[in-house]
Design a binder for this molecule. Structure first.
Ligand code: F6P
Length: 353
């Protein structure tokens, strides 16, 4: 670590874990500036929880966080390292955090990292506060997570562009977006970009319905079709699943997704005269400058996280609910699964064809 605190100075640490997203730097900046104003020394832990093991912990100064509000990615870097995967790592982590004399640890993460934050609080008695981020918007208890709105805008921008190329060449264009097991990103981006069909994990889709949509459009002299597909969407032919991915797992035991768009392209191409193309948007959805909503969300959540540490309300995470920033117990994290609502999909369906 670069610099020692003066005796008795209060100290917090902040880290970003899991997949990156736009708005992480805005949250780091907020936590650091607000905490420093309240007299804390702030430490940055690099590469998520892995930083505790690799001794990648150093002071974050005002200069480090100045000018990063609008920058994508995370100055603290990130990893999917899970310290609860091995028993020996838990012991090391507990000792390491104790030796740093922290008055609070801010974990900016998605479902996986916030789950680790919960375990740190419950099993290791670490004074933790979580801040939810992910382009998937699949963290329970909060209407929105940092990064989601920017990813929606990025996907919409790309789909708008694909519309014109699809029209020029009469393509059936499949656009695969991320989102893990939730259809939020596909649903929001699809509806906002005027997609002709949207496939989400929450809704079982039959290939005959996809085909019908394309043929019905043709009857209306619409020779191109945009189909937005969530990476965990599945396609059925009767009872048989004909497209969907589920193979490799990461250190949290989560499935690594991607590629369903190509499978759907293959299935459709066999049944249509139209040329079917596939574009996988991929990691571009996690990059770029955060939109204003994400900057505001990150800034307000950072402020709330430091406030929670000052009032010693640990084991909580910041949430955005009905326009307000609140704190909830990390126990609420696993209150069911956050998925796209049937009501949202019903609205989207009205615009198919
Ligand atoms: O959780 C964010 C996310 O981008 C998901 O939408 C996607 O499934 C996953 O991360 C991809 O992770 P990786 O970058 O590790 O392949």
């Amino acid at each position: 670590m670069k610099k020692k605190t003066t005796k008795n100075q209060k100290r917090i640490a902040v880290l970003t874990g899991g997949g990156d997203c736009p708005g992480l730097n805005a949250a780091i900046r907020s936590v650091t500036k607000v905490a420093q104003k309240s007299g804390y020394q702030v430490l940055g832990v690099k590469y998520g929880f892995r930083g505790f093991f690799d001794d990648e912990v150093s002071e974050l100064t005002h200069k480090d966080v100045s000018g990063i509000l609008s920058r994508g990615g995370t100055i603290l870097k990130s990893s999917r390292f899970n310290p609860f995967a091995k028993k020996s790592d838990q012991k090391f982590l507990a000792e390491k955090i104790k030796s740093l004399n922290l008055d609070g640890l801010v974990v900016i993460g998605g479902d996986g990292s916030l789950g680790v934050a919960k375990d740190c609080y419950e099993k290791l008695k670490v004074p933790v506060i979580g801040i939810p981020k992910t382009i998937d918007n699949d963290v329970c208890g909060t209407d929105y997570t940092i990064g989601f709105h920017t990813a929606v805008s990025t996907a919409v921008d790309a789909i708008d562009k694909l519309h014109t190329t699809a029209e020029s060449h009469d393509f059936v264009m499949i656009v695969e977006v991320m989102g893990r097991h939730s259809g939020y990103l596909a649903g929001y981006a699809g509806l906002a970009s005027g997609a002709d069909f949207i496939m989400v994990p929450e809704k079982r889709v039959q290939i005959k319905n996809l085909e019908k949509c394309i043929r019905d459009r043709k009857k209306l002299n619409k020779n191109s079709t945009i189909i937005v597909v969530a990476e965990d969407a599945k396609l059925y032919d009767g009872k048989k699943q004909v497209a969907g991915t589920d193979t490799v797992h990461d250190s949290y035991g989560k499935i690594k997704l991607g590629g369903v768009g190509w499978m759907i392209k293959k299935c459709l191409q066999l049944r249509l005269d139209h040329e079917v193309r596939c574009t996988v948007l991929g990691h571009v959805q996690r990059g770029g400058e955060p939109v204003a909503f994400d900057r505001l969300l990150a800034t307000q959540m950072g402020y709330a996280a430091v406030g929670a540490i000052e009032s010693k309300k640990f084991g909580q995470y910041t949430v955005y609910e009905s326009g307000q920033i609140k704190l909830k117990s990390l126990k609420k994290l696993h209150d069911g699964k956050k998925r796209l609502s049937p009501e949202f999909y019903e609205v989207a369906e009205k615009f198919f064809v």
